[in-house]
Unconditional design. Structure first.
Lengths: 300, 461
């Protein structure tokens, strides 16, 4: 009797543990085939001279030593860091500001939320094409303004080395910041309104409400978006590829475009894998910092 | 509130769909499989090719695919239009799949396929169908790897000077034949507010290499290029350095597209449009321009014309550079290689059919390397195109040609030519350093067996 009683819960316990895994099995299998397998293959190819076709020859750390001395890699890495700095500040600030201004609005909020969200749901290629037309150096808004007597905006933004990266960042931000507004707004609306009422009774102004109540309350959302911003900034590709292909003269080159050029332009798939691996490393460092801070008790 | 939300979401969806329908930077033409169930005993041959638009697509299907299928009841040819063809094909072939007929951007790209045993040697088919009698010998030579034939050129091309004839006639200009005439004309254009050369690369970054190749051929000379390709001399020879310096000088003077910023910003529509409406006077571009010129001159009241490129140094004899736009091979994994060979033969075996296809497509693509005479072309074909094709094909048949970078340079060196010249133009790299790096990469690629066969020029050794 005693044996029977202990076996039953054990079986149930075993079944309880197995069932979730069975549900997860298809997606796990898919992940192994689509993500883990190619990831491990990429690690292997990073140490080879593979062209993307045929056999790969093991060349040790040659790709990595080349990468360190490669001026294009350095330019791309610096551009990724600039991109990260831009996206950690400009859209985050705009998103917070937009959400803060929008939060008290009761009438027409849906309209604004929708309007801000529209650029996010449009394909990046289409967004890029729209802005290519708007900023066209002969037929765009710049020449039109010049004809109205405002010549200083008449610039070939994507064609000038000093402005290309920032012009692309502007276009990318145009689609991104509205998404952040909606995310932050949702987080702000979950904040207990009694906190604001109490603050107002204490005489707090809008800025103090934001700084002492809103910001701490939405901190997990904010930190999560910051974390994802850093990761996505190291993976950025589409807008840059569509608008400048990393040019002119590598002025807007980033690591992802360099991976693409190496793999599909120069057929240096081994070198491309090494550059890709370095991108993963940078993202891994950011995630490790995030996890470490959480373990130290940070509420993020 | 709920109704308003639904209306807003509906508006959002409609706007998204509307914006998504805007033309994108790259024409996303999906492949078109033909789901016809095949009768017993009929084998299917698949061919992935680059997307063609509108009437050009209809022309290929009508003039080539339909005629082939009608003449071969035991074979069904299916042509799929694949955007990003080279990358898609390489990935599929590497995975042991892909089409029966493998199309690549040029002979240098076929070498990787050969090394990995992904394409079949065509020597037996060449003997069976008599291709050495039908196809130009240089065209067969460039498709050989280690003495075996692996690819055939699907289209060949050259670089010419396009110009707005109406504008030239109005100003009493004639096409320049040497550097002095070219520079005098460019200066006069600029003085009159006309862009000398409608050049830009926003639609096709690789346009950079057209100019590098042209300046090599027309300044250093085709003989010197041949010697460098065979490494009898090096790419950092002073003549190549001077050619690059001259190219930089033209860019610095704002002759290309009205300046460097515009060059990097303007698209194909912009620069061909500028030539058509007379905003620009000339452009140095390939014979694929026969497809663009009629479109961008239509409705402008202007007329287009072409001329050979001028020589840029007195000691040089002008030549037409030999370019191969794409090649065709047979997939080693094809279950029906003999049927695929039948398809290839259909491309080259009848000059009239080939001329009809070339004409209907507009003259810039599917220009197969076989001898064509004026009589082969339909009567309605533009005589300017016939004059061009018969002129440069006759020159090529004599071995009188130069070399285009996208045909004879290995991929890695070619990519450096494209990206490095932008650093020369912005002054961060000297012409000397640019040529030295080219030499370093080329020598390494040559040692690795990545340089395709270089057909000997008339009089060169």
């Amino acid at each position: 009797m005693t044996t029977h009683q202990t076996t039953q819960p054990r079986r149930r316990n075993w079944r309880n543990q197995l069932v979730p895994w069975l549900f997860m099995a298809p997606i796990l299998a898919l992940n192994v085939v689509i993500i883990l397998g190619p990831s491990l293959a990429s690690i292997y190819y990073a140490f080879t001279d593979w062209t993307g076709m045929g056999r790969a020859r093991f060349i040790g750390l040659a790709n990595f030593t080349r990468m360190i001395g490669d001026p294009v890699y350095r330019i791309a890495l610096v551009n990724n860091l600039k991109w990260t700095a831009i996206f950690l500040t400009v859209p985050i600030f705009m998103g917070l500001l937009g959400a803060m201004l929008l939060a008290p609005i009761k009438r027409g909020q849906i309209f604004f939320r929708t309007a801000y969200f529209i650029p996010y749901v449009i394909a990046s290629v289409v967004n890029a094409q729209i802005w290519r037309c708007i900023l066209h150096p002969l037929k765009g808004i710049g020449p039109w303004l010049a004809r109205q007597g405002i010549p200083w905006l008449n610039v070939a933004w994507f064609g000038r080395e000093s402005t290309a990266l920032y012009a692309i960042a502007f276009v990318d931000n145009w689609h991104w910041w509205g998404f952040l507004v909606v995310v932050y707004l949702a987080a702000m609306q979950a904040v207990d309104t009694q906190l604001y009422e109490a603050a107002r009774l204490e005489g707090a102004n809008r800025w103090q409400e934001f700084w002492y109540i809103t910001l701490p309350s939405i901190r997990p959302t904010l930190v999560f978006t910051l974390l994802m911003t850093v990761i996505w900034s190291f993976l950025v590709f589409d807008y840059i590829y569509v608008l400048t292909e990393g040019g002119p003269a590598h002025a807007s080159e980033v690591l992802a475009t360099e991976v693409f050029n190496a793999a599909f332009g120069r057929f240096e798939a081994g070198y491309a894998a090494a550059v890709g691996l370095s991108m993963s490393l940078f993202c891994g460092i950011v995630i490790a910092i995030f996890v470490a801070l959480r373990r130290r008790g940070w509420e993020i | 509130m709920k109704k308003r939300l639904i209306l807003t979401l509906a508006a959002l969806l409609a706007l998204s769909l509307l914006l998504s329908a805007c033309p994108s930077a790259t024409p996303a033409e999906e492949a078109e499989p033909t789901p016809t169930p095949l009768p017993e005993g009929v084998v299917k041959v698949t061919w992935w090719t680059e997307p063609l638009l509108g009437t050009n697509r209809e022309a290929l299907l009508r003039d080539f695919v339909d005629t082939f299928n009608a003449a071969h009841p035991d074979i069904f040819l299916e042509v799929l239009f694949q955007p990003d063809l080279d990358r898609v094909t390489r990935t599929a072939i590497q995975g042991g799949a892909g089409p029966d007929i493998v199309q690549s951007p040029g002979p240098a790209f076929v070498i990787d396929y050969v090394e990995a045993d992904h394409v079949l040697p065509l020597d037996d088919y060449a003997a069976k169908y008599g291709w050495n009698k039908e196809i130009f010998s240089w065209a067969l030579d460039v498709g050989k790897v280690d003495g075996h034939l692996y690819s055939l050129p699907l289209t060949y091309e050259t670089m010419v000077l396009w110009y707005n004839k109406t504008l030239f006639d109005q100003h009493g200009w004639t096409p320049p034949t040497n550097r002095a005439e070219l520079e005098a004309l460019a200066e006069e254009c600029q003085d009159q507010g006309i862009i000398p050369f409608a050049h830009a690369n926003a639609s096709w970054k690789a346009a950079n290499e057209w100019y590098v190749g042209m300046f090599y051929s027309n300044y250093a000379g085709a003989d010197k290029v041949y010697q460098a390709l065979t490494q009898q001399i090096h790419w950092d020879d002073p003549l190549f350095v001077e050619a690059v310096a001259l190219l930089k000088d033209y860019m610095d003077r704002g002759w290309f597209g009205g300046g460097r910023d515009n060059y990097y910003s303007l698209t194909l529509t912009d620069h061909w449009g500028a030539l058509g409406d007379g905003t620009a006077a000339m452009k140095m571009e390939g014979t694929w321009g026969f497809m663009h010129a009629p479109i961008y001159f239509e409705g402008t009241g202007n007329e287009w014309e072409w001329a050979p490129l001028p020589k840029l140094r007195d000691e040089v004899t002008p030549v037409y550079d030999l370019g191969i736009g794409s090649t065709v091979s047979i997939n080693a994994a094809s279950p029906h290689p003999d049927a695929a060979a039948e398809v290839l033969d259909w491309l080259y075996s009848d000059p009239k059919r080939a001329a009809q296809l070339i004409s209907d497509i507009g003259g810039g693509e599917y220009v197969v390397p076989i001898p064509l005479t004026e009589e082969d072309f339909p009567p309605e074909v533009d005589p300017r195109f016939i004059r061009a094709l018969t002129t440069f094909s006759a020159k090529f048949a004599e071995g009188d040609y130069g070399y285009t970078t996208w045909t004879f340079w290995p991929a890695r060196t070619e990519q450096y030519i494209i990206s490095g010249i932008e650093e020369v133009w912005n002054g961060s790299l000297t012409p000397e350093a640019y040529c030295q790096e080219q030499q370093r990469l080329f020598a390494a690629d040559l040692a690795a067996g990545k340089v395709p066969p270089i057909p000997v020029r008339q009089g060169s050794e």
